[in-house]
Write a protein that binds this ligand. Structure first.
Ligand code: SF4
Length: 303
């Protein structure tokens, strides 16, 4: 019985064929972009959602053949009814797989949860939607945890859909430096950051979701209540519809970005150090600490 039709390849898959396809495609992607080395300590960023749980199990399978060590890193965003469901799920997987787990939260690192920020946003006191804080703080916190774990590399579960969205968002925001900092391999490391790799780069989100479902892996299936406020949400729907009509469109966005990196890459990246944490940044403050101070100033002046 077939479980999946891959439109861009025009091919049906049985359950076994599909699971093999996801695992082999991930391995090929790792090799194609030189993402991992045989003796790496890999920090796998796990949110508890379907994509990151799939990544954990696919990497566990692939990396058994190498001398690599896997650890899990997890950041609690502080979103009631959503992020508070993940820690137990992740702890269960860590125990089952025998991986060490490193955790922290936004509240612990920045003094605020995303629920706190969302409350200010909904009162009209904060200019940017919760996802803007969440994305920056998560990036910082994952790097912090990966450093704490002594990892040589961090693997995240970003899929082809995520990349295409990020490329378009950076174009819409006229943010060329961000677009150029966003690399797929370890060939352009940024000092101070644990290199990030994306083994699901050439898989669709629906494929990683199906993998989790077919393997019957426990995961957090609740939607985030703040997703609808973000630009990414609308864009996700738009790109999804376009990909259905024009299979291969998301890959074209990925290739466009790769060509751009090849042509313009290194020269435009100039980074200093954040005066709070010392992390690389083009400004005086890294974006994560800029946003923390921004919320501090609003809370201080709140009536
Ligand atoms: Fe954070 Fe936005 Fe994702 Fe919710 S949808 S977890 S607020 S980035």
């Amino acid at each position: 019985m077939y479980v999946y039709f891959k439109r861009d390849a025009g091919r049906f898959f049985t359950r076994k064929e599909f699971l093999d396809f996801v695992e082999k495609k991930t391995l090929k992607t790792i090799q194609k972009y030189n993402m991992l080395r045989y003796d790496d300590k890999i920090a796998v960023a796990v949110s508890g959602g379907k994509d990151s749980i799939a990544l954990l199990y696919v990497l566990d399978k692939i990396e058994r053949a190498f001398r690599t060590e896997l650890v899990i890193i997890h950041v609690d965003e502080g979103i009631k009814g959503y992020s508070d469901l993940s820690p137990e799920i992740i702890a269960n997987h860590a125990k089952k797989l025998g991986f060490k787990l490193y955790q922290t939260s936004f509240r612990e690192l920045f003094g605020y949860s995303i629920d706190d920020v969302a409350e200010l946003y909904l009162k009209g006191l904060v200019e940017w939607e919760p996802c803007s804080f969440c994305g920056e703080w998560r990036r910082w916190a994952l790097n912090y945890l990966a450093n704490k774990a002594g990892a040589t590399v961090m693997a995240t579960a970003h899929t082809l859909d995520d990349f295409a969205q990020t490329v378009i968002i950076n174009i819409m925001r006229n943010s060329l430096p961000r677009l150029l900092r966003f690399s797929f391999s370890r060939e352009r490391p940024i000092p101070g950051f644990v290199p990030r790799v994306y083994p699901f780069l050439e898989l669709y989100e629906k494929e990683t979701a199906l993998y989790t479902h077919l393997r019957d892996l426990e995961h957090n299936d609740e939607p985030c209540p703040y997703a609808e406020y973000s630009m990414r949400w609308d864009l996700r729907m738009f790109l999804y519809e376009q990909e259905e009509k024009h299979p291969g469109l998301l890959f074209n966005i990925l290739r466009f970005h790769q060509n751009l990196l090849d042509k313009a890459g290194e020269r435009l990246i100039k980074l200093g150090k954040c005066i709070v944490c010392g992390y690389p940044t083009p400004q005086r403050l890294c974006r994560a600490h800029f946003l923390q101070r921004y919320v501090d100033s609003i809370v201080k002046n709140e009536p």
